[in-house]
Design a binder for this molecule. Structure first.
Ligand code: 2RA
Length: 333
């Protein structure tokens, strides 16, 4: 299996390499791709050094799969070039997510929709992935009608520049190259991605639109407030979800206990609830603080935490690649 990783030197690309190695992905050849200035830089994978190659070199090599984590503009320009030589692209950017001809995939929910015709597959936004993993089996049972979600997102979601800003501020220094318009240490920013005329940010609208597409129900009403917090790894979400059908709390717990990809961490009497620090390096979506919303019928509150670089990006993409390989969906054109 010849695999290209576009954006191999970034936070997500580096995590993709880690996950591929951990999961013993059947690699025969690795093509790390990064910006022109990084060509020739060595990337380590399973004890071997691989030189970063240019985009054109990687395309010419006709890899079976290319996992992109290099931003929307790079993906818009180059994903079709890989697809044209028969490569299947799995893209972590927002470039293709809402394209009606492209599938938006969380393997636990909808990998089975993939066919050999899908040459560009979109990986959802990290904050969307953890929410739909937590909700999908409950949706199948009780049918989700409305979601009110507030997120508390780690600086690793922005990238290395934001991590550096937090560390510098934490060390008492002014940020030398700030990622955010305000200090992030000892602060929170209700501002992730750009503001739209509606007053919502693109991050908030991603959660609205992607959730409906993945869960296959445009009638689901979603409203989101996405907030950046000074945490190094792990997104947290407060979710208030209204169902069409009445639910039983014991049955909700049972469904979540048996939901693929979910780990129920919910024992407040023992101070046990999901926390970002407990998500680091793991692929589980941690769900806890379950309680009925007594202010309106058929409504549940929950708290959901996941490692945004893993299940929120790298692992989800690798799981899609694993599905393509295991189900022989890959047809190299
Ligand atoms: C963020 N979800 O957290 C976005 C992109 N990773 O910044």
């Amino acid at each position: 299996m010849k695999l290209a990783i576009v954006g191999a030197t970034g936070l997500v690309g580096t995590e993709v390499l880690k996950v591929l190695a951990e999961r013993h992905f059947p690699l025969t050849e690795l093509l790390p791709v990064a910006s022109a200035k990084s060509v020739g830089q060595l990337v380590e994978y399973q004890g071997k050094q691989y030189p970063v190659v240019s985009m054109d070199e990687a395309i010419a090599a006709r890899p079976d799969i290319a996992i992109f984590s290099a931003g929307g503009s790079v993906s818009k320009e180059h994903a079709p070039r890989f697809a044209a030589v028969g490569t299947t692209v799995i893209d972590n950017s927002s470039a293709w997510r809402m394209d009606p001809t492209k599938k938006l995939v969380v393997p636990e929910l909808n990998a089975d929709t993939l066919t050999a015709d899908d040459k560009i597959i979109a990986n959802p936004n990290c904050s969307t992935i953890q929410m739909v993993v937590a909700l999908n089996d409950l949706h199948k049972k009780y049918r989700v009608r409305r979601i009110v979600v507030s997120t508390y997102q780690s600086v690793t979601g922005t990238g290395k520049k934001a991590v550096d800003q937090l560390l510098e501020e934490r060390a008492g220094q002014p940020a030398s190259n700030p990622a955010y318009p305000h200090p992030i240490d000892l602060n929170v920013l209700p501002h992730i991605d750009v503001f739209e005329p509606s007053g919502y940010t693109k991050e908030e609208l991603k959660m609205v639109n992607e959730t409906r597409k993945i869960m296959g129900d445009d009638s689901i009403r979603v409203t989101a407030t996405c907030v950046r917090i000074p945490v190094m790894g792990g997104h947290s979400e407060s979710i208030n979800v209204e169902f069409a059908e009445e639910f039983d709390m014991a049955e909700v717990r049972d469904i979540l206990t048996n939901t693929p990809g979910v780990e129920l961490v919910d024992n407040p009497a023992q101070n046990q609830y999901p926390m970002p620090k407990d998500s680091h390096g793991r692929d589980a979506v941690l769900v806890g603080r379950l309680r009925r919303d007594e202010t309106q019928p058929k409504t549940l509150n929950m708290w959901v935490v996941a490692d945004n670089l893993r299940k929120g990006a790298a692992t989800n993409a690798v799981q899609i690649a694993e599905y393509l390989v295991s189900k022989q969906v890959l047809v190299h054109g």
